[in-house]
Design a protein around this ligand. Sequence first.
Ligand SMILES: [Zn+2]
Length: 316
Amino acid sequence: MGADVELVSPFVLEYAYKRSTGPVIGRFLTSLRDGRIEGVRTAAGRVLCPPVEYDPDTGEDVQDFVEVGPCATVLTWTWIDAPLRDHPVQVPFAFALVQLEGADTSMLHAVCAPREDMATGMRVRAVFRDERVGSITDIAHFEIDTGVSKDLVPNEATEPITRFKAPTRLEYVVAAGATTAEFLRGVLRRELIGRRCPSCEKIYLPPRGSCPTCGVRTTELVPMAQKGTVTTFSVIRIPFEGQVLEPPYAAAHVLLDGGDTPLLHIVGDVDVDLVRMGMRVEAVWAEQLEPTLASVRYFRPIDEPDVPYAEIRGHV
Ligand SMILES: [Zn+2]
């Protein structure tokens, strides 16, 4: 790989959250699954839909559930004709604030109607999906009310909805930047190259373009030893979404000899119960090198005496 090739990589940050609903939202979602729309009535007599958990006027709990809709009035809308990624409604359609019959507040949903028929004040009706799971998208969309309701496909589920999936996902492209790109090009030559701060003389690995303590540029490149010491570690025994390695495995901070910052990596070729602070290890390279730290498959123990805790204490 030439030095003029920019190192970029797709990156996904994702949290596969499941959230509990609480009693009010849980009942709202359960009703949607059953093909009904419910709001809550406040002490002052206003009906809020979607429901909220506390009366916005008094802060009191709300417990008086009221069925609303399925007809509604469009309060305002915006036309969508460019496809939306991962959106369940086919374009074109309108995002609209719809006020369900019997409610005093409005909610955002999709209205499917010809562009020329869209109008503020128009009457629409909720269209439920045949398969409903307890989600706001159990209402497929709203359509122009013709005064005729469609038969609802019954749902056999009876358990109340208490949890729902709320994944958060960000996809973007990361450019390595000059300092990291240089480090990753070293990895392609089986070298681990740190950078030294000219002021405090700390050696950073992975390298940093500037010293976070002194705030000055780190200009000196320092090829590092490929042996080091486990300063702290954790044994992962529990599976989780997106996990690359099979548990149990040991993740460790490895302080390479001569360096001042530990590298987070895997300790392999050893029973995880034998991994310990102070253990001496060396890098094991993959046969196929790529410009990522995965080119170091893991660190494995070497036959050297452990480093006493006092010598690594500052790095734990
Ligand atoms: Zn410094």
